[in-house]
Design a protein around this ligand. Structure first.
Ligand code: GDD
Ligand code: MG
Length: 344
């Protein structure tokens, strides 16, 4: 079985974080996000993984290489222009005809994919879609099923509440019969084009429900930040690797860094600073008496004396001035400079 990770979107809703970093490699607990997906596939025994790219493809390829370091074989297909999720699948498949597991590249989950593969085989399905229940389904594709779990309706982000809260979790297993429904070299979407076509043809299209596992689309700043908080809280303990890097961070004796925080390599935390429930990327400098709480700070950012950052995400190589105060829900893009005493 092959895997395809759809990693070509522009990540517009995650701006400004995706201006210089494509969504698949935004750091999640200091590791490129897509590595969690690669590991999930590897754990299910799937080693042949294609990344379908379009936006800033070189950055992704350079970072991940051929996959050997992660125990898989990675292949990259870059679309000449975005082809939509369904078009990307057809384009990436080329001449291949093999069962393929397709992942949206922004899904964080600890689902055991082997269970889904078994369900797909058991139903002899042409297509299986993972389905999750959420409280607010408005941002998602909605999946309607009959009592056997057969998909009987699919509506992508309807304008009004249609009384369904079972959503497309962005994981599909597809047989080559689905490739035949997709025209070559066209911009087509699974959600708007391919799934309706599967339903029209009454193919064996089944839902795979899961609910005990964690699931989140990290494609907005709020959900990206929330996923970090969930990780720090231990909700995804299974996915966390040993956080201690080879270089112990330089934390001053009179600084406080709590146990739930994750500190990247070569960070410096100066006396009197407090870091709690936060993630500091590599090379972050936290100066005297700064307070960092429930925050995600990307590499090489400097937080100056007595600045306070709470419930926020700060991009790479920023300079937060002395006594600046960055409050709830702020998202600061890479290379920003915030003058001393700024309030956001
Ligand atoms: N290669 C390629 N080419 N990838 C693409 C393209 C494209 O043209 N367009 C989008 N993608 C990738 C994105 O990078 C992302 O990983 C994935 O496809 C889904 O795109 P999003 O833009 O994140 O979609 P969404 O979050 O609004 O909705 C999708 O995900 C929901 C679950 O999180 C839909 O599949 C919904 O039905 C679903 O509920
Ligand atoms: Mg998404």
């Amino acid at each position: 079985m092959q895997a395809l990770i759809l990693a070509g979107g522009r990540g517009t809703r995650l701006r400004p974080l995706t201006v210089y970093t494509p969504k698949p490699i935004v750091p999640m607990l200091n590791r490129p996000f897509v590595l969690y997906q690669i590991e999930m596939l590897r754990e299910a025994g799937i080693y042949d993984i294609t990344l379908s790219l379009s936006y800033q493809p070189d950055k992704i390829e350079l970072l991940l290489g051929n996959g050997a370091e992660h125990g898989v074989s990675l292949r990259y297909i870059t679309e000449p222009m975005p082809m939509g999720t369904g078009g990307a699948y057809k384009f990436a498949a080329g001449g291949f005809r093999e069962t393929t597991i397709v992942l949206n590249g922004d899904i964080l989950t600890d689902l055991d994919l082997k269970k889904m593969v078994r369900s797909h085989a058991g139903k002899k399905a042409d297509a299986t879609i993972a389905v999750y229940r959420v409280e607010d389904p408005t941002r998602y594709g909605l999946v309607k099923t009959d009592e056997d779990g057969k998909v009987i309706g699919f509506v992508e982000k309807p304008d009004s509440d249609i009384g369904i809260n079972t959503i497309n979790a962005g994981i599909y297993i597809l047989e080559p019969t689905i490739l035949d429904l997709i025209a070559k070299d066209e911009n087509l979407s699974f959600e708007y084009d391919v799934f309706p076509e599967i339903l029209k043809r009454n193919l064996a299209f089944y839902a795979f429900f899961f609910k005990k596992e964690y699931w989140k689309d990290i494609g907005t700043p709020e959900s990206y930040w929330r996923a970090h908080m969930d990780m720090l809280e231990g909700k995804l303990a299974r996915l966390r690797e040993d956080d201690a890097g080879p270089d112990a961070p330089d934390v001053a004796t009179h600084a406080t860094v709590d146990k739930s925080s994750v500190i990247g390599k070569n960070c410096t935390v100066k006396p009197g600073a407090v870091v709690s429930n936060s993630v500091l990327g590599e090379g972050v400098l936290v100066e005297e008496r700064a307070i960092i709480e429930n925050a995600v700070i990307w590499p090489y950012t400097r937080i100056s004396v007595a600045a306070e950052i709470r419930d926020s995400v700060i991009g790479k190589s920023c300079h937060v001035g002395r006594n600046a105060s960055i409050g709830s829900g702020s998202v600061i893009g890479d290379k920003s400079t915030l003058t001393d005493y700024t309030r956001v």
